[in-house]
Design a protein around this ligand. Structure first.
Ligand code: SF4
Length: 182
């Protein structure tokens, strides 16, 4: 299959742990079969920093926890025909959103000022660091989402079904077993 005929797939990790990406790679031999039909665009797998203008499928892992996450997510929405919230963090904020119960100052103090055994206590303030938002937010609060893949992480089979459905121009058919929230 020519590169032009392949489906363009982009992925990113916002406030997440890359566990969802690992589950995508767990498609294993199935991924090898799909790889013939996929051209990876922006992704940690390609290390490209920006999306091409017309990507067919964008998979977003992680919630929105800082200003860089906001920019990346908005670029994905602009460029991706179909945007999927992958995993609990993207869908609800997930584990990173546990910090929402505390103020940002309390979180930073706990991590960088009050923690026992710090070599040089002090909140990092390098201008290169993206500014944290006061709360971690699910991606649907900032952009339109076309599909969700629940789970922490979603099972590999759910990724395979999603990608195959796109190839075949149909809605993904996720059985109860593939709609896990644990
Ligand atoms: Fe990691 Fe789970 Fe969040 Fe995926 S949903 S990024 S596996 S914590």
């Amino acid at each position: 299959m020519s590169v032009e005929a392949r489906i363009k797939l982009a992925t990113c990790s916002l406030a997440g742990c890359f566990g969802c990406h690992m589950s995508l790679l767990d498609v294993d031999e199935g991924l090898l079969a799909l790889i013939e039909r996929i051209a990876f665009d922006r992704s940690p797998l390609t290390d490209r920093k920006h999306c091409a203008p017309q990507v067919d499928l964008g998979l977003v892992e992680g919630g929105v926890g800082n200003l860089e996450n906001v920019e990346v997510l908005r670029e994905f929405r602009r460029c991706c025909r179909c945007l999927v919230a992958v995993g609990s963090c993207a869908i609800t904020g997930g584990v990173p959103a546990v910090r929402n119960r505390y103020s940002l100052k309390e979180c930073l103090d706990e991590a960088y000022v009050d923690a026992i055994g710090l070599y040089q206590p002090g909140i990092p303030n390098d201008p290169e660091l993206p500014l944290l938002l006061n709360t971690v937010r699910p991606i649907h609060e900032l952009v339109k989402v076309d599909h969700v893949l629940p789970g922490c992480p979603p099972p590999a089979e759910a990724f395979r079904e999603l990608i195959c459905a796109l190839f075949e121009g149909r809605e993904p058919a996720l059985s109860c077993e593939l709609r896990r929230f644990d």
